[in-house]
Design a binder for this molecule. Structure first.
Ligand code: PMT
Length: 321
């Protein structure tokens, strides 16, 4: 089927996906963030992270969701910052977040205790952290505070598919001013299906009406206008997720042919923490964690980011030269 024209994707976004009220304000913040960091010689990466929520009713009681935890995006943000990038972190509300991600399964109250002998003073008693419950907390806190101090991380939240689409468009337009110094790292798991606002029931769907049949429309592939129109000079990395490993690389190559961007990181649901293939029009690199790597707490995102920052360097030098 022919690719829809760019103008029609823009029109569709405006008509069928509710525009978040704060989109212009966020766009200005992203532009200022990018300009400030590029002026000091940094590059900027826009990371998308987490799943999207697709409402079934406009006063939403029920929605469709997916598996993505946001771990890929959150850990990659840390490695990009370590590699000298400033990061715009466009993430699903409550998905994993850089630095705090390592403590996400811990109940905060289990990690706190009263300084000995202070329990009696009730509300004003001094509380300290039990570092056995939060291992490495000092190291992580130090990194987090440095990042905050230098304003290297700009978090932007989305919840629904509509918010994701509009905020990504705003980000792409904001980063278009820095040309090839911008990287897009599209790790979010975005729904391919949705119910347009015009066809969505307002109120809670009644189970008394019997079994529910849903008809969902296709979400426009946002990669297309992003690469061709919104940020045509940027270095764009998309992800390809499959559950059937036999079709993965073919689909990754097809995405590169269709969208004409720079890289697809291909991964399979069950092995995504330890194995990915970085595919470009000319190359294919397998990144694998060994048992030894896992024992040493090495994360695959460190390898992905190292591969991509080298490729981005090369890309920038080719644009300049
Ligand atoms: O979050 P984790 O639990 O750590 O898992 C990480 C991950 C598996 C989610 C991540 O590694 C990953 O593969 N993310 C992309 C998953 C996905 O949605 O793949 P896809 O084949 O549906 O989409 C391919 C690309 O098209 C994506 O880069 C997406 O940004 C883009 N897309 C998708 C839908 C859409 N309407 N427009 C798009 O441009």
């Amino acid at each position: 089927m022919a690719e829809p024209r760019i103008a029609s994707i823009d029109g569709k976004l405006a008509e069928e996906f509710a525009v978040p009220s704060h989109v212009d304000e966020v766009k200005e913040k992203m532009s200022a963030f990018a300009a400030q960091h590029v002026a000091t010689g940094r590059r900027v990466v826009l990371i998308t992270s987490g799943g999207t929520k697709v409402p079934l009713e406009s006063r939403t009681v029920r929605f469709l969701d997916n598996f993505s935890s946001g771990r890929r995006g959150a850990s990659s943000a840390e490695y990009f910052i370590d590699s000298g990038y400033a990061v715009i972190f466009l993430h699903r509300h409550r998905s994993l977040y850089p630095y705090t991600r390592t403590f996400s399964t811990i109940n905060m109250l289990d990690a706190l205790q009263f300084r000995s002998g202070e329990e009696a003073s009730g509300n004003t008693a001094e509380v300290v952290v039990n570092q056995q419950v939060l291992p490495n907390v000092s190291k992580v806190l130090k990194q987090y505070q440095e990042v905050k101090e230098c304003r290297l991380l700009l978090p932007v939240e989305f919840n629904t598919l509509s918010e994701y689409l509009h905020l990504l468009k705003a980000a792409a337009q904001a980063l278009s001013t820095i040309g090839s110094k911008a990287m897009f790292y599209l790790a979010a798991a975005v729904s391919d299906f949705y119910i347009p606002a015009s066809e969505m029931p307002e109120h809670k769907i009644q189970s008394s009406n019997g079994p529910l049949q849903l008809s969902l429309n296709m979400v426009p592939k946002i990669l297309s206008p992003l690469v061709k129109d919104w940020a045509p000079q940027a270095f764009v990395v998309s992800f390809k997720l499959e559950t059937d490993a036999t079709i993965l690389l073919g689909k990754a190559r097809r995405a590169l042919d269709t969208y004409r961007h720079q890289v697809v990181v291909a991964n399979v649901l069950d092995s995504r923490r330890g194995y990915v293939v970085v595919v470009t029009p000319e190359t294919q690199a397998e990144l694998i964690l060994t048992e030894e790597d896992v024992k040493n707490d090495i994360e695959i995102e460190e390898r992905i980011v190292s591969n991509l920052t080298s490729a981005h360097n090369k890309f920038i030098s080719q644009q300049v030269g």
